[in-house]
Design a protein around this ligand. Structure first.
Ligand SMILES: CC(=O)N[C@H]1[C@@H](OP(=O)(O)OP(=O)(O)OC[C@H]2O[C@@H](n3ccc(=O)[nH]c3=O)[C@H](O)[C@@H]2O)O[C@H](CO)[C@@H](O)[C@@H]1O
Ligand SMILES: C=C(OP(=O)(O)O)C(=O)O
Length: 420
């Protein structure tokens, strides 16, 4: 399994081009199953999770083509299998997002239950209960969700609790072809949910309340293929800005939508960074400044995202003072803490809160990546630790960060991949 070796190269400088958002591309790729003619997608990041999704679509008989700019054309006019097998689902939880489109368009789906994961139990009960409310019969047999409906799904009034991103996306995709009106209350408002909704509307879906917590969907008979560009990855952008913060550098992230990062930019400012934005870029300047500790509570959008928690934890580990980070979304998302402590961080976790005392210096060590953002946080720590940091199990990083070594290299950080 690959490892990343990170050496402290001092300050970073320059511009990082941000890729398309993983968490928007995945539901949009799955949403292509709803279209009766080909969909053309641009700004899809080249990531392991995207490869897995394309493999999943291919096993269903969907035709997939790439043009010279690596835009993806997906033709789901013929779908031969309505099954998502365990071998593909186990590597990526977002595979559950085929359930809504398959059930909505074909009235049947067999999808492996996603397995356990390093950040919490992550049940899918809200996805299942919502579809049952729309008239689907759902059984769980031998680890598979087996869903059927007699004819079209029926519109329903559904309240999701707690707020769920993929739950909202799955039910939205089930509802667009259902008979009558569906109301999705307490919907997630993440930009990635909004991007999926905009894609579905372009395909002919009737959705109102986009961007709010109440989505109202009037089912239509069919959807057509369209060309669509995926939004930029706000979490990738935030991760590079955090790299600039910990290395006390000035860095620009380009091809981003700063409005998607409002809560995060506020916390960067509180941490002492100077932030400037244009319509499509953000520059963070931390040169000659001391990192200040910032208290954080993760919450659904538009509040501070759980996917930026691990990166801010590293900033706090190096800040001048004490702070606390409360994780309210996932019950087990502090796996990076023990690894950071092995690098010299002073952190205590009690329940869902991490109490952090800033230290002057972290020390390089062999560490283990346990999930995607935990891996990112270990790389950030490695950029400022003395000596060499070796991050093991980097496949998590490849699920979510496109060309991470190249992008860091361009701004002056040396990250070497070792394959064994
Ligand atoms: C592919 C993708 O977009 N992944 C993102 C998505 O994950 P994902 O969509 O899996 O996360 P959810 O928003 O569903 O999870 C939020 C909370 O709801 C709970 N829950 C969820 C569904 C359900 O049926 N029952 C239930 O209890 C979860 O256990 C969790 O505690 O949103 C998370 C929260 O912003 C992000 O960290 C992930 O990066
Ligand atoms: C948790 C994440 O992804 P996933 O939901 O795909 O595991 C993430 O992107 O940080």
């Amino acid at each position: 399994m690959d490892k990343l070796v990170i050496a402290n190269q001092g300050q970073l400088a320059g511009t990082v081009e941000i890729s398309g958002a993983k968490n928007a591309a995945l539901p949009i790729l799955m949403g292509s199953l709803l279209a009766e003619s080909p969909v053309k997608l641009s700004n899809v990041p080249h990531l392991m999770d995207v490869t897995t999704t394309l493999q999943l679509l291919a096993t269903m008989g969907v035709d997939i083509m790439f043009d010279e700019e690596l835009n993806i054309e997906i033709d789901a006019s013929e779908v031969s299998s309505k099954e998502a097998p365990y071998d593909l689902v186990k590597t990526m939880r977002a595979s559950i997002l085929v359930l809504g489109p398959l059930l909505g368009r074909f009235g049947e789906a067999k999808v492996s239950l996603p397995g356990g994961c390093a950040i919490g139990s992550r049940p899918v009960n809200i996805h299942i209960e919502g579809m049952q409310k729309m008239g689907a019969q759902i059984d769980v047999e031998n680890g598979y969700i087996i869903a059927k409906s007699d004819g079209r799904l029926k519109g329903a009034d559904i309240t999701m609790n707690p707020v769920t991103v993929t739950g909202t996306e799955n039910l939205l995709m089930a509802a667009v072809l259902a008979e009558g009106e569906t109301i999705l209350r307490n919907s997630a408002r993440e930009p990635e949910v909004t991007d999926l909704a905009a894609f579905l509307v372009k395909m002919g879906a009737k959705i109102s309340g986009i961007g709010t917590d109440t989505l109202i969907i009037e089912g239509v008979d069919s959807l057509k293929g369209v060309a669509y560009e995926v939004i930029p990855d706000r979490i990738e952008a935030g991760t590079y800005l955090a790299a600039a913060a910990v290395t006390k550098s000035k860095l620009t992230v380009n091809k981003v939508n700063p409005s998607h990062l409002t809560a995060v930019l506020e916390k960067f400012r509180e941490a002492g960074a100077d932030i400037e934005t244009s319509a499509t870029s953000i520059t963070l300047d931390m040169r000659d400044r001391e990192l200040q500790p910032v208290d954080i509570v993760t919450d659904p959008y538009p509040q501070f995202p759980t996917d930026m928690q691990a990166q801010f934890l590293v900033m706090n580990a190096l800040a001048d003072g004490e702070s606390k980070i409360e994780e309210t979304i996932f019950e087990n998302r502090f796996m990076h803490v023990s690894e950071l402590m092995r690098m010299g961080a002073d952190i205590r976790v009690e329940g869902n809160t991490a109490y952090i005392k800033g230290v002057k210096q972290l020390h390089g060590a062999p560490v283990m990546a346990t999930d995607l953002r935990a891996s990112a946080s270990l790389i950030l720590a490695g950029l400022v630790a003395d000596g060499e940091t070796v991050v093991n199990r980097v496949y998590h990083i490849d699920r979510g960060y496109e060309l991470i070594e190249e992008k860091f290299h361009k701004v002056g950080a040396h990250i070497q991949r070792l394959s064994n």
